[in-house]
Design a protein around this ligand. Structure first.
Ligand code: ZN
Length: 280
């Protein structure tokens, strides 16, 4: 049911430090240890739940019982987050053939399709990781001008195999877009084990900018840009309040928005998410 990693999944180093103990507040109430590789700084769950057992840890946020204003706020925050990521994609790519792996109920694919993009959807399925990998490996000759992997890579167990496949599927002039939460963000440091970005045991890997740049180098990908996604912090803060069953305060959310906007203007801030634009 559990598997222990003896090597860092990114750089194969064998020395880790204890990082945090996090509780699964959404499903099992079980606690999991996060460790940090002393060489590349990747943080990962260790020991972790074996992929076959992850289905025992699934949940869905029940918004139906929430007051109208809270449901509307959730919708607004989710769509702001979703649009901010796509806006950055549009700055780099014109409508073209695109592969979308993002696990967001196909919402990105649908949106892009409506905008005239030629979309192939292979959404990541956390409970069927082998099937996902098999379908991704099937057509080796098909390549894409853009590949989208938004808020998803951190949940894929065999992350190295996936990144190799994506590299092969990318046109020489194409862009690969990957968004990832940042465990070194101000919000993560402040919230510690209750930062929703850790989401144990469903999320396996946590990158900061350095850990991700080492991972990219090892996988022969070039970093073109790292774009802060400022709406993610607000979205996570809202989820955190729901999970901790705190009373949702719209006033506090507005305050949080102001703080995030201020943070976004600062060049030195460690934002809660980055959208990485990559080429090969
Ligand atoms: Zn490492």
């Amino acid at each position: 049911m559990y598997e222990k990693l003896e090597q860092c999944p990114s750089c194969k180093h064998t020395q880790f430090n204890n990082f945090l103990i996090c509780k699964d507040l959404l499903a099992s109430e079980e606690s999991f240890a996060l460790v940090r590789c002393t060489k590349c700084q990747l943080v990962f769950t260790n020991p972790r739940v074996s992929p076959d057992h992850l289905k025992d840890y699934q949940f869905s946020l029940d918004m139906g019982n929430q007051p109208f204003l809270v449901r509307q706020t959730y919708k607004h925050l989710y769509f702001s987050f979703y649009k901010e990521q796509l806006k950055s994609v549009f700055n780099y790519s014109q409508p073209t053939n695109i592969l979308d792996l993002s696990n967001h109920h196909l919402s990105y694919s649908r949106f892009l399709s409506n905008k005239g993009w030629n979309v192939t959807s292979q959404p990541f399925d956390i409970n069927n990781q082998d099937t996902f990998l098999d379908s991704l490996s099937k057509d080796k000759t098909q390549t894409y001008s853009s590949i989208l992997c938004l808020n998803t890579l951190q949940r894929i167990y065999d992350v190295k195999r996936v990144i190799k496949l994506l590299r092969k599927k990318l046109n020489p002039e194409g862009y690969l877009f990957i968004s990832l939460p940042n465990y070194q963000s101000i919000e993560a440091k402040h919230s510690q084990q209750s930062w929703p970005g850790y989401d144990v045991p469903r999320t396996q890997y946590h990158f900061n900018q350095q850990a991700f740049s080492i991972f990219l180098k090892a996988n022969k990908l070039n970093l073109i840009d790292a774009i802060p996604i400022t709406t993610y912090g607000r979205y996570l803060h809202f989820i955190q309040q729901l999970v901790l069953k705190e009373k949702i305060s719209v006033k506090r959310l507005i305050e949080k928005t102001r703080q995030s906007n201020k943070l976004a203007k600062s060049d030195t801030a460690d934002h809660s998410m980055y959208l990485y634009v990559l080429s090969k």
